[in-house]
Design a protein around this ligand. Structure first.
Ligand code: GRF
Length: 219
């Protein structure tokens, strides 16, 4: 990937994952890339406020299924890498094809479990609890034409604890998202991880701390 990749982010909500990306690329990963554009289908999305506060260009996606309009926004932003950080709309096929191997999504569960159409937000965590799962986690994957089905880049485990409700569990998983997503985006932006023509992920993610380090303990 480029010397310093231009990273665009699509987000529908409050943008805590976006904030984690902004902080990461303002600091340790500045050489790999920069967050240069943020768009949402919701003009009132908190993610746009966070972008503006960081001096990052923003846009509103008026028609989430209009691939030409989305591609025009991303082209104007000179996007090298596209990140879906809590973006709730299906990305049109033409956009996915244009960004094959350069479009990532974060999902707050261990795909392929608890993913697919309709599985978003609290529904995911409630489903994890309803099934009695004792382990959940975070998945970062390349995006393909189907919801939550692209090749997995990295996952991180998060325990389900006695007494958890969906809110408690979501908050614990979100902390893991904030750590894993920026590392994956930086790895793709720097070329350390690539999506091969074989449809498989090549390269590896340098998790800079031991899996037992307190920073990665989400219990
Ligand atoms: C996160 O849990 C993300 O995994 C899901 O939507 C939520 C977005 O949260 N797709 P935020 O807007 O990044 O705070």
């Amino acid at each position: 990937m480029m010397s310093q990749a231009r990273i665009s982010v699509l987000a529908s909500g409050g943008g805590s994952n976006l904030q984690a990306l902004i902080d990461h690329f303002a600091g340790p990963a500045a050489s790999a890339g920069a967050i240069t554009f943020v768009a949402s289908e919701r003009a009132e999305a908190g993610a746009l406020d966070r972008a503006r506060a960081a001096g990052i260009a923003t846009g509103v996606i008026d028609a989430p299924l209009d691939s030409d309009a989305i591609l025009s926004l991303l082209d104007t932003a000179k996007t090298d890498v596209l990140v879906l950080a809590g973006y709730l709309k299906l990305v049109p096929e033409e956009v996915v094809r244009a960004f094959r191997g350069r479009i990532l999504n974060v999902h707050p569960a261990l795909l392929p479990s608890f993913g697919g159409p309709g599985m978003y937000g609290m529904r995911i965590h409630q489903a994890v609890l309803d099934h009695g799962a004792t382990l959940t986690g975070v998945t970062v994957h390349f995006v393909d034409e189907h919801f939550d089905r692209g090749p997995i880049i990295a996952q991180w485990p998060v325990p389900v604890l006695p007494g958890d409700d969906a809110t408690l569990l979501a908050a614990r998983v979100l902390r893991a998202e904030h750590r894993l997503l920026p590392l994956c985006v930086a790895a793709v932006a720097s070329g350390a991880i690539v999506l091969g023509d074989d449809g498989r992920v090549h390269g590896h993610l340098d998790i800079p701390v031991s899996v037992h380090a307190p920073e990665w303990r989400f219990a």
